[in-house]
Design a protein around this ligand. Structure first.
Ligand SMILES: Cc1cc2nc3c(=O)[nH]c(=O)nc-3n(C[C@H](O)[C@H](O)[C@H](O)COP(=O)(O)O)c2cc1C
Length: 122
């Protein structure tokens, strides 16, 4: 499972390149199995409120975070939501993508996802 939030469609586009079960974050969503979190980065390198709220309730099953950002925001802010979440919840930062990312990003996400599914269900 990949639990995601996408405000302007970039993350939704990336997910169209990946074979995975997905679910969009919504208030009160509870994910009761292993999942990867996929979030964008908000103003000045912050974690979107909906992502923060979701993780407060669901972090226990989160096996890693994927983040999309925009390099034009500068090194200190680029994809920083992913760095914050990885550190806060002690989970791996699977990949940081610039906007819609690249084929290499998709391959790395796909491979991490397959690994998580294998470990989660054997
Ligand atoms: C208001 C606003 C603030 C943003 N702030 C940052 C930022 O601080 N750092 C960053 O890396 N990207 C920032 N971004 C870029 C988004 O994280 C990036 O475009 C991402 O791909 C959006 O994903 P989505 O299209 O799935 O919503 C910002 C975008 C918007 C609209």
């Amino acid at each position: 499972m990949i639990a995601y939030t996408s405000r302007t469609g970039n993350i939704q586009f990336v997910l169209s390149k990946i074979e995975a079960e997905t679910i969009e974050l919504s208030p009160n969503l509870h994910v009761a199995k292993p999942f990867l979190l996929f979030t964008y980065t908000d103003g000045l390198g912050t974690v979107p409120a909906i992502t923060e709220q979701f993780m407060v309730k669901n972090a226990a099953n989160c096996k890693g975070v994927i983040v999309s950002g925009n390099r034009n925001f500068g090194h200190a802010h680029f994809g920083r939501a992913g760095d914050i979440l990885a550190s806060q919840y002690q989970i791996p930062l699977v990949r940081k993508l610039d906007l819609r990312g690249t084929a290499e990003d998709y391959a790395i996400i796909q491979s991490f996802y397959m690994k998580m599914m294998k470990e989660g269900f054997t």
